[in-house]
Design a protein around this ligand. Sequence first.
Ligand code: MEV
Length: 386
Amino acid sequence: METSAISGFSKLSLEEKIKIIKDFANLDSDDMGLIRKYQELPDFLELENNIGPFKIATNFLVNNKDYFVPMEIEEPSVVAAASRGAKLVRSGGGFNGRYLDSKMIGQLQILEVDDFEEGRKNIVKKKAELLEIANRANKKIVELGGGAKDLEVREINTEKGKNLILHLIVDTLDAMGANIVNTMLEAITPFVVELTKGKPCLRIISNFADRRIVSVECKIPIQKLGIKNYAGEEVAAGILNACALAKADIYRAVTHNKGVMNGVDAVALATGNDWRAIEAGVHSYAARNGYIPVTDWWKEGEFLRGKIEVPMAVATIGGATNSKKARLALKILRVQSAKELGILTASVGLANNLAALSVLGTEGIQKGHMKLHKEFIKLSESNRQA
Ligand code: MEV
């Protein structure tokens, strides 16, 4: 079966849901064994597409590929919202995403450089050699087509004096990149010290991942946006007003972005990714010229169009992505690369944003949210008493 648009999926029995996911992702007996283990845990609740290790969002169509999305999050309404947002977007052809760039930056801080211009010139002259030293520190990533690609020298005035800051720009491919970048920075440090006659201090990746940006767009026929007593036009107007406020006011912009991160973090957690790094990256990117919302919505003819642009330092190899649970999540997603996972993850953030804004500007979120939340509390209570 090649579609994740299963009408009434959340109403199916647990076994029916598992069978659909098993067939879709070709799960084997080891995968099924892992799922069953999570279902046997005392805290397992059969609520809102929870299959055990994580909950599953439906309806995602991204770059013409279907996805069931594993989400690790305690709040069932976030998963329901992601599926609803994705269903709306699917009605307009799905999400279209691409990476604008996919490199990480590492910073090497050099103190006490007497002749800054001389230091800069020496580094630039020896750039090829420095990149070679960096790349010798991780031959595997270079063989795969990644590695240190460039460097830049910056002058930063700090309260403790002038620093020479070297930025090492590294294509980390399917890895998040912290270990690769940090090792490379440590490898080049002695030579940079020789070239600048300064004193080394920090050697660490920057989580302001502004060279690893994903952009995803979508469009929804306005008439499809209607909710209960609200026509599509009214829902669209609510979304546009919400966006306008988020652009004008940081109190709203932060909450707007928090709603985006509900989806992003849940996918990052399910797939074993460093959600704190992703949070840091997204919020710092939102704040690069004064804090703004990371999504935008606007009207174009019969359509509501939406866009998200965020750094997305996600990995499909290394670190906790190697855990059994994360491998299972990646298998259910059927993603082939970190780039594909990044585009999908940003799409989930956009879906959650759409779902939140569409109800916030009309009937309010409490009704739907509290219905699921009450069920969640009731099941948790009876679980505790059992
Ligand atoms: C709650 O977890 C998320 C929302 O506050 C997001 C938003 O206000 O856009 C509903």
